[in-house]
Structures are given as structure tokens and as C-alpha cells.
Design a protein around this ligand. Structure first.
Ligand code: PBG
Length: 329
């Protein structure tokens, strides 16, 4: 027999002991469910995201009904905008009769308690496929874009959005949106800032879903270099100072160190986005029978929580909530 004083395995002896020792919990209250919407009828499948569809407004109501029944309490909306409505100034982004404001009104009328979150950025509305306004020589104009983002945020708040979520990575947009919301009396509307959003290859399926890929170049002049960690702290300090209520790191899986770093540098709640490419990888492996989907997904989500995320935006929100109900210790 080994002469051991410490035997960590003692604390793993049986399910109840393991449950008592568990450091990280996962529950539906930790999830935000991203939903793609379109201005037509029914569901349109998204090839690179099996199980996620673009939802017409009736299909959206149906999906949210199921999600709420499964315990999900927060959704974030992403619109697929018709080509004819896209423009270089993204004006459709602040049309009060646009798809997103209509969806918000419908959801809030039916579920006043549901936390409805909206994305603020121009890419789904931009004929250039960029998050900002493009100058004739191909630069993404910061301050001109921020002015439009404020209009977009106000339009969403007027429709009833609970949380405004700027994902564009323009400088100064959190402060400008906060000031705009406050001036219009929306002092209770929260801002969930995409604070450390990296220029990632893992957004590919999302851009398929919305047909929102950049029509030229890439997003590296506004989204962060995946090689950088200290820079995330700089963005955190700015978004905090500008009035963000929550800080987001995106993507989640390949950036767990950033989630941890951000967690330790701010007292604000931290969100992490398990993005479309992370979903697609898990889904593809599961569909091939290479991974046990339920176990792999819950492990990936637990890892994101363990790294320091309070909440997770995940396309698995509904399924994971259902799995957690049926999972025994
Ligand atoms: C748009 C936006 C993107 C995502 C969320 N908001 C894509 C991008 O920046 O190109 C990605 C989400 C995902 O991949 O699941 N500003």
C-alpha cells in the first residue's frame, strides 16, 4: 500500500459527495438564447448550423414558447435583412417598423417577463457587410457609425428591448448609447457590451445565417487580434467607464483565458458568447457520432462558467436547459 496522506479521490467517491464538492453550476438562468429572424413565413434552415433556423415571426413565437417552457428566460435577436433593405448607411437598422422592433413588441406583449436583448451593429443592414459605415476609400468610419448606432439603440429601446448589446467594436459607442438612452428616459435599459470581441474565424456560420459577411476586406480594424490579452483589459476599463452594465468576451471556447482575466479585473457581470462556429463544431461531431452531444455540450458550457462567465450566450440554451432538467447527479 502506498503511504499517502492525501487521497483526492476520497472526495469523488459517490454522486452525492461529488455534488457537494462541485464548484461550478450550470442552469437555465445562465443562458441567453440567440435567435435568427427573417421577414417571411416559417422556418428556414441554416446549412452550417443544423438545428438552428431563421424564424419568421410566427415561428419565433413558437420557438420562444418552447424555450420558456424549457426554462430559458433571455433571448437575443439577430435579423436576416432582405438585400433590398441593405444600404451603405444601414438606415434600416433604426426603422421603427423594421423586423427587430416588430419582433420585440410581439415578444414583450406575450411575455412581459422575458429578457429581450438586441444586437447593435450595422452588419445585417449594411450593403458592405461591415459593422460600420464605410468611407469611399474603404475605411470603417468610427464616429459617423456611432451616431447611427445610437439611433438603432433608441429604436430598439422604444420597441421595448430590455438590454441593448453593441457588438460593433466602434470606440466610444457604449458611452454614446448610454447618453442617448438616458436623454430619452430609458435609464433602466441595460447595456451588455461586446467588450473583448475578437476578429474570429468562428463567426463563419453566423454570417451564413444572416448573409452578413464583409463584401470586401475583413473586420480586423475594429475587432480585436486573437493574439492579444492585455488589450482586453483596456477595453474593459473603457466600457466600465462608459457605463456598461455587463461585459462580454467573444468567442468563448478558444478564449477561456480572456474570460478568466476579465472576470478578475472587473466587478461587473461577465458574459461569454459560445459562437456559431463553436456550435457548428459540436453539432457536426455529434451528427457524425464522434461525440456524445449532451455530455460534450454540458462540459463545454461548464468550462465557460468555470473560466468566470456569469452568463453564456449559446445556441444550445434550449437544449441544454432541457438536458439539465433530466440530468441526475
Ligand atoms: C455582428 C455579430 C457577429 C456575431 C454576433 N454579432 C458576427 C460578426 O461580428 O461578424 C457572431 C455570433 C456568432 O458567430 O455566433 N456584429
Amino acid at each position: 500500500m502506498l503511504d499517502l496522506i492525501e487521497r483526492p479521490r476520497r472526495n469523488r467517491r459517490n454522486p452525492w459527495t461529488r455534488a457537494m464538492m462541485r464548484e461550478t453550476w450550470l442552469g437555465p438562468e445562465h443562458f441567453i438564447y440567440p435567435l435568427f429572424i427573417h421577414d417571411g413565413e416559417g422556418r428556414q434552415p441554416i446549412a452550417s448550423m443544423p438545428g438552428c433556423d431563421r424564424l419568421g415571426l410566427d415561428a419565433l413565437m413558437h420557438e420562444v414558447e418552447g424555450a420558456v417552457a424549457d426554462g430559458v428566460g433571455a433571448v437575443v435577436l439577430f435579423p436576416a435583412v432582405e438585400e433590398a433593405l441593405k444600404s451603405s448607411d444601414g438606415a434600416e437598422s433604426h426603422n421603427p417598423e423594421g423586423l427587430v422592433p416588430r419582433a420585440i413588441r410581439k415578444l414583450k406583449a406575450r411575455w412581459p417577463e422575458l429578457v429581450v436583448i438586441t444586437d447593435v451593429a450595422l452588419d445585417p443592414y449594411s450593403s458592405d457587410g461591415h459593422d460600420g459605415i464605410v468611407s469611399p476609400d474603404g475605411r470603417i468610419l468610427n464616429d459617423e457609425t456611432v451616431a447611427v448606432l445610437v439611433q438603432q439603440a433608441l429604436c430598439q429601446a422604444e420597441a421595448g428591448a430590455d438590454v441593448i448589446s453593441p457588438s460593433d467594436m466602434m470606440d466610444g459607442r457604449v458611452g454614446a448609447i448610454r447618453a442617448g438612452l438616458d436623454a430619452a428616459g430609458f435609464t433602466d435599459v441595460q447595456i451588455l457590451a461586446y467588450t473583448a470581441k475578437y476578429a474570429s474565424a468562428f463567426y463563419g456560420p453566423f454570417r451564413d445565417a444572416l448573409d452578413s459577411a464583409p463584401r470586401f476586406g475583413d473586420k480586423k480594424t475594429y475587432q480585436m487580434d486573437p493574439a492579444n490579452a492585455r488589450e482586453a483589459l483596456r477595453e474593459v476599463a473603457l466600457d466600465e467607464a462608459e457605463g456598461a452594465d455587463m461585459i462580454m468576451v467573444k468567442p468563448a471556447g478558444p478564449f477561456l483565458d480572456i474570460i478568466r482575466l476579465v472576470r478578475e479585473s472587473t466587478a461587473l457581470p461577465v458574459a461569454a458568447y459560445q459562437v456559431s462556429g463553436e456550435y457548428a463544431m459540436l453539432k457536426a461531431a455529434a451528427q457524425n457520432g464522434w461525440l456524445d452531444e449532451k455530455k460534450a455540450v454540458l462540459e463545454a458550457l461548464t468550462g465557460i462558467r468555470r473560466a468566470g462567465a456569469d452568463v453564456i450566450l449559446t445556441y444550445y440554451a434550449r437544449q441544454a436547459s432541457r438536458w439539465l432538467k433530466e440530468t441526475a447527479r
